[in-house]
Design a protein around this ligand. Sequence first.
Ligand code: FO1
Length: 320
Amino acid sequence: MSDSTGHGHVVLLSGGVGGAKLALGFDRLLPRGALTVIANTGDDFRHLGLDISPDLDTLMYTLAGIVNPETGWGCRDESWQFMAALEQLGGETWFRLGDRDLATHIERTRRRAAGETLTAITADFCARLGIGSRLLPMSDATVATRVDTDAGLLDFQDYFVRRRAAPVVRALHHDGAAGAAPSPAVLAALADPRLAAIVIAPSNPWLSIAPLLAIPGLRAAIAAAKAPVVAVSPIVGGAAIKGPTAKIMAELGLEVHNAVLARHYRGLVDGLILDTVDAGETAAVESLGVRAATTATVMHTLADKTGLAAFTLRFAATLA
Ligand code: FO1
């Protein structure tokens, strides 16, 4: 359950901005190489002829310390010459691509066209950016989240960015997930005997975590792992810290309670971490057979992030 440094290894399932904060907490808390992040690629899309992987890039920039601190995505100290020039030519600028960020998309697109896997490209980018943790796409197959709404069936970024998540969600589809296989690297990470915990980050369960769990082999590998599975709730005080989680839950006819989330994750997670403001919900969560713990889950500072990471590991140890 642990390596020579006495630390267990951690696998973190994560989407973009919210999950990336906890990824950074584990990256800074654990010895180099003890963290593997499995990233959602259901938000990926082809745009302006480029292969774009937003959650992978958000996680990569965050772990490299170069993410834009205001938005949580894209690069810090960014310039926007490309967007300005594209605007002048009447190109599509609703999805903001900064000049530094653009290099990632152009080089990833070139290497994928040359036949490299997303896993291999991501590993090389991370090595070049000095990242010690492993960052793995959930699969090297294409899985695309589609959002069925009152404005029609929308591609993810069209719904999320272009239309600012305004359309009413009827259903979510993960095209390609049923036929997708987790990469060998993902399966190896989940089978690692040094695993102390498998953690589901406080990303949107329906938008960002669902695509991961829709891949049959991935869900099975989590269930087969010896290590306890702990989720950190993105719902704080009946709302989502960031993004449209609460809105989507309401539109899907779900009450915005952590017991609903516990039911959603039931059978997969051993424990759920709630924010202290939701301590009143722990009994309801535990009545579903999911252990509950409370701590400060809203992360602003690095200390918040490493603190939540450490708490998650301690809680997981009580579930082992
Ligand atoms: N989110 C936005 O709300 N507006 C954008 O223009 C935008 C551009 C963008 C570019 C690169 C990238 O990696 C992420 C970007 N995001 C943008 C965030 C992204 O759409 C979401 O964070 C994820 O897809 C959902 O987690």
